[in-house]
Design a protein around this ligand. Structure first.
Ligand code: NAI
Length: 403
């Protein structure tokens, strides 16, 4: 084998990917772009900033804005580059590169900032770029960060770590180990007060508020500016460890932030939105305890009904039909509800019935959508992508590419 060719194969450690196929990531970016292009153009934003832009919901949001609405985009993300032949970067690293390549082919600006979105430095770098090279203002800010930790921007010695735990009770149930293809029983211990507070710091709305404040103070928000954050409620079957757990508290905090941001941007006719989004397979969602079991039941039911969505399907629908369209489904709290298909009462009833039938012996059969769930996860990392059969990548060629 020539020296520049590196063998690649999927490598998982529990539910975390430890390898990547950059060619598969490229194809997946192109597939998402084609999905949007097939739906046609719509009138959306023109100058967009996406925080958490490199994968799943953030990437899909960026793709629909760029290729559906013709927007110039700035993406901020935290991704690892290629280190050596054994560590070929993270999927998000490649998504950034290939998104930019495709956007530039259409004459669109696609600027990537790699680093910690929680810092003041990152915010100031982005502001300077908007002022000097991006036309001076943005009209949409999408906040789609899922992070395990956040360093206090005003005190680098303080680090908050997010914990996905129930509150006030231990919760037990089956979870899936994707590496071992196994269903296993687990108990998640109740969170401490300190863990609840730390999760709110990481996954709540504080950083979103700081972004909007700093952008507004710098005068880079256009009149009619919109901003949106993705929340989750889900099924009563997952409330104990999600909606009523630490992450649910963080989402409730983010929803309060939306109200504070709204007051702050009223004078520029701004709009702060929450989209309660649907459950999808992502790097972040597969590590939520017990949640994968819910997904393989839910997807089975939704696939049968024709309502199952991947991130690009959900986000394209959100922006095309709801944020910039006339088909917004809004609840009594003013939140957009593209998750209505997931929460449909018959879908939920069938999902819960199915969850009750799943055992270690049958979870991996046609009874569930385990095959879809697993495949979607592998595709995030560039594996099992149709048409991409590579078992090697050209190291010299891929390391020349820059985000
Ligand atoms: P993901 O893990 O695929 O993407 C997270 C993004 O955040 C990546 O672009 C990553 O680079 C970026 N990021 C992480 N730490 C960062 C940092 N310090 N600085 C800059 N960027 C950073 O996650 P996913 O699932 O797409 O989640 C995005 C949002 O959608 C989250 O708020 C999540 O709670 C929400 N959501 C997800 C659902 C799901 O089922 N996956 C359902 C409903 C809401």
């Amino acid at each position: 084998m020539s020296e520049n060719l590196v063998k690649i194969h999927e490598k998982l450690q529990d539910n975390v990917a430890r390898s990547v196929n950059s060619y598969g990531c490229q194809q997946e970016v192109i597939n998402q772009i084609n999905y949007v292009k097939n739906k046609g153009e719509y009138k959306g934003a023109k100058k967009v900033l996406v925080i958490g832009a490199s994968s799943s919901y953030g990437l899909a949001s960026r793709i629909t804005q760029a290729f559906g609405a013709g927007a110039d985009t700035i993406g901020v993300s935290f991704e690892r580059p290629v280190k050596d032949k054994t560590m070929l970067g993270t999927p998000g690293w490649w998504n950034n590169i290939y998104f930019k390549q495709e956007a530039q082919k259409e004459g669109l600006i696609a600027k990537n900032f790699l680093g910690d979105a929680f810092t003041h430095q990152m915010k100031q770098q982005v502001i300077k770029y908007i002022q000097t090279e991006f036309g001076g203002q943005i009209d949409l800010l999408i906040y789609s960060v899922a992070a395990p930790k956040r360093t206090n921007p005003d005190n680098p010695d303080e680090v908050w770590r997010s914990q996905i735990k129930p509150i006030g009770q231990n919760v037990s149930g089956y979870n899936i180990n994707l590496e071992k293809n196994a269903l296993f029983y687990q108990t998640i211990a109740a969170a401490s007060q300190q863990e609840i507070a730390a999760t709110i710091k990481v996954m709540g709305g504080e950083d979103w508020e700081i972004w909007v404040k700093e952008l507004k103070a710098a005068g880079v928000l256009a009149s009619g500016f919109k901003t949106i954050l993705y929340s989750y409620i889900g099924s009563p079957a997952t409330y104990a460890f999600y909606h009523e757990g630490t992450l649910g508290r963080a989402k409730a905090d983010a929803e309060k932030s939306a109200h504070k941001i709204q007051k702050h941007i009223n004078d520029i006719k701004g709009q702060a939105l929450i989209s309660v989004s649907t459950a999808v397979t992502t790097k972040a969602s597969v590590v939520i305890p017990i949640f994968p079991l819910y997904c393989i039941a839910l997807y089975k039911v939704m696939l049968k009904k024709g309502t199952h969505e991947t991130p690009i399907m959900q986000k394209d629908r959100l922006f095309r039909d709801m944020v910039y369209g006339k088909k917004a489904q809004i609840d009594s709290h003013g939140r957009l509800r593209p998750d209505a298909w997931e929460l449909d009462s018959d879908t939920q009833k069938q999902t819960v019935d199915l969850m009750n039938k799943i055992t270690p012996a049958n979870f991996n059969t046609d009874l569930t959508a385990y095959d879809t769930f697993r495949k979607e996860f592998l595709q995030i990392n560039g594996f099992e992508v149709a048409g991409i059969d590579n078992t090697t990548v050209n190291y010299d060629e891929i390391t020349k590419l820059k985000p």
